[in-house]
Write a protein that binds this ligand. Structure first.
Ligand SMILES: Cc1cc2nc3c(=O)[nH]c(=O)nc-3n(C[C@H](O)[C@H](O)[C@H](O)COP(=O)(O)O)c2cc1C
Ligand code: SF4
Length: 578
């Protein structure tokens, strides 16, 4: 790739795909790349040239962006691409047998990181380029079924084992109320919260949210009210709201279930957030591997706009204007980091920015921006209808409200579960039916690949932010992945290390090099190929892990050693091999 334009022209199909986006600026780069990749299945030199000319982006920079994302190809490939998840939950549920069946049938496939359908593992996702492009999921993907034509693959139903049960709040409409229908949403209590918000006024809404004690559910547990207040106080009047629906932490699928099952709740919640902080525009940054969530959310936004719940003078409130745009990610875990999202939306490589300045001061397009996770936002209508006092009575004093957990791995009833904070890990595993008959629990991965392991004798742990912290664990994004006594723990750890090596954006040295060294050392230990005397590789792992934790720019590098460290220290995982 060159700084100059090479001599290549787009085909008609490529040209039309890009031109259909209308007039453009740099922030249309990701949508333009998607448009071509969707239409023909890959991005040719001619297509890239056309995008660069239309958006006024230097060719080398466009190449740098296009090559950053795993879902784009700059080499010619067939219109149909099948992604097979071989990540954590799929791995313990037979993903390798699926890949072997594809090979035996002579069907090409790509190894994929977690596809976010862990409750139905193992999963395969087929993208078919065309007009329109199609994305189809097969989950669970059994070796006997995967050879079926992808157009016959079934859309997996929303998977909530507690569906329709008493006491549900966040999940009460999921699987019960038609997700396509605004009327059904309103009949089930929808938009009462926005009405209350308009009566309270922006400062009143922020007070309610602050007093509710709501903390972010995206992993960092930052108090939501404080974040909103900081943004609302900025002198700059142009402000943005970004809903983080990138959900790429292995083992996490709650945000997908919320969007697929109750999309209007997210639209209403974002509208309330925008009213509170004074944002006129919101983005949902949605994982590129969630075709069904994309369809459901697109419909909800369009219907809300048609009916006056988005756009100008919302619900008759003069001067209150807000609209939402969906931005599809394209297969990069790091784009879930809040400042990487900004770069991705703006048309740059999805690399995290240094903080400060914090997003509430200088975020998207340099303007004050609030980034909130999907689940965090879906708590907002609840707070504004039940009131902050009632909300605070759910959970514990310091971890308030209901919490969603993603149960997967070796449990009998995997799925998204809603419980109040303070429920113990053992109680949650019990809800999911425990490990399969005749097996013993070996370990639980809590919080995802960036989280850590806990032992079977630690399942009395109350699931709260403060108890997890005191126990040296984290709830992270709500992952509870159970491993039984037959699980290949060594292979599991190597996979975690490979994930971080693959997903590091490469911007800072400790993470770029450290994740490679970590994976190499684990391969040696697990494969019995010692570097030197017994403890050498373990010592190397610790040293590299500590350097990554202390000196990486963002949370990816800072947490890349967490799960492996906890497996060594809590489970004694690699002792017998070192
Ligand atoms: C590597 C990395 C990936 C992340 N991925 C996500 C994600 O997919 N979804 C999410 O909500 N937060 C993710 N986060 C956390 C966000 O940076 C941010 O803290 C969060 O979206 C804020 O929303 P909240 O306050 O509502 O939790 C990620 C962080 C890091 C470091
Ligand atoms: S820590 Fe890793 S992912 Fe984060 S900025 Fe550095 S290289 Fe990129």
């Amino acid at each position: 790739m060159d700084l100059r334009f090479l001599n290549a022209e787009p085909t008609d199909a490529e040209r039309h795909a890009v031109d259909a986006l209308g007039a453009g600026s740099r922030d249309q780069l990701l949508p333009a790349l998607h448009a071509v990749n969707d239409r023909v299945g890959w991005i040719s030199q001619g297509a890239l040239n056309h995008i660069c000319r239309r958006l006024n982006v230097p060719p080398a920079e466009a190449y740098g962006v296009a090559s950053f994302y795993a879902l784009f190809s700059l080499k010619e490939r067939p219109p149909r691409v099948v992604h097979v998840c071989t990540d954590l939950a799929c791995r313990v549920n037979g993903a390798e047998a699926v890949t072997e069946a594809f090979d035996a049938a002579g069907i090409g496939w790509h190894r994929s990181p977690c596809l976010g359908v862990c409750e139905r593992a193992p999963a395969a996702l087929a993208f078919e380029a065309g007009d329109p492009a199609e994305g189809r999921l097969l989950a669970p993907a059994t070796p006997s079924e995967i050879t079926r034509e992808p157009s016959t693959w079934e859309e997996a139903p929303v998977s909530v084992p507690q569906q329709g049960g008493p006491g549900l709040r966040l999940l009460r409409r999921v699987g019960v109320v038609e997700p396509e229908s605004l009327d059904a949403y309103r009949a089930a209590g929808g938009y009462a919260a926005l009405r209350n918000a308009l009566l309270l006024g922006p400062a009143g809404v922020i007070r309610e949210v602050t007093d509710s004690g709501l903390m972010g559910r995206g992993g960092a547990a930052f108090p939501t009210g404080r974040k909103w207040d900081a943004a609302a106080r900025q002198p700059e009047r142009t402000r943005y709201l970004v809903c983080n629906a990138d959900e790429s932490e292995p083992g996490t699928f709650k945000d997908r279930v919320l969007i697929e099952g109750d999309p209007f709740a997210l639209v209403e919640a974002m509208t309330i957030a925008a009213f509170a902080i004074g944002a006129q525009k919101g983005y949902v940054y949605l994982r590129g591997e969630y075709p069904r969530a994309l369809k459901t959310l697109r419909n909800a936004i369009d219907v809300a706009r048609e009916r006056g719940f988005l756009g100008e003078n919302i619900m008759g409130r003069q001067g209150f204007s807000f609209d939402i745009e969906i931005r599809r990610g394209a297969g990069a875990y790091i784009c879930g980091e809040e400042t990487a999202i900004f770069n991705s939306i703006e048309g740059y490589r999805g690399e995290p920015r240094s903080k400060p300045p914090f997003p509430v001061e200088k975020g998207l397009f340099g303007k004050p921006t609030v980034v909130n996770n999907v689940e965090t936002l879906v708590n907002i209508p609840l707070i504004l209808t039940e009131g902050c006092e009632a909300y605070r009575r759910i959970g514990t004093e310091r971890s308030t409200g209901p919490k969603l957990f993603c149960l997967s791995g070796n449990v009998r009833r995997p799925g998204v579960y809603e419980v109040p904070f303070g429920t113990t890990l053992g109680e949650l595993l019990e809800l999911a039916g425990g490990v399969p008959e005749g097996r013993e629990l070996r370990a639980v991965l809590l919080g995802g690949a960036a989280g850590g392991f806990v032992r079977p004798d630690e399942t009395t742990l109350p699931l709260t932010m403060e108890d997890a912290r005191a126990a040296g664990a984290t709830l992270g994004s709500g992952v509870v992945l159970a491993l039984d006594d037959q699980a290949d723990l060594g292979g599991f750890l190597v996979r975690i290390a490979a994930f971080f090596r693959d997903e590091s954006c490469g911007q800072c040295v400790p993470c770029r090099i450290g994740t490679v060294r970590q994976e190499e050392a684990l391969h040696r230990i697990v494969g019995g190929r010692k570097l030197g005397t017994g403890g050498d590789d373990l010592a190397l792992l610790r040293e590299v892990g500590q350097v990554m934790r202390d000196s990486s720019i963002c949370g990816l590098g800072q947490t890349a050693w967490n799960a492996i460290e906890s497996a060594i220290d809590r489970l004694g995982a690699l002792e017998e091999r070192s």
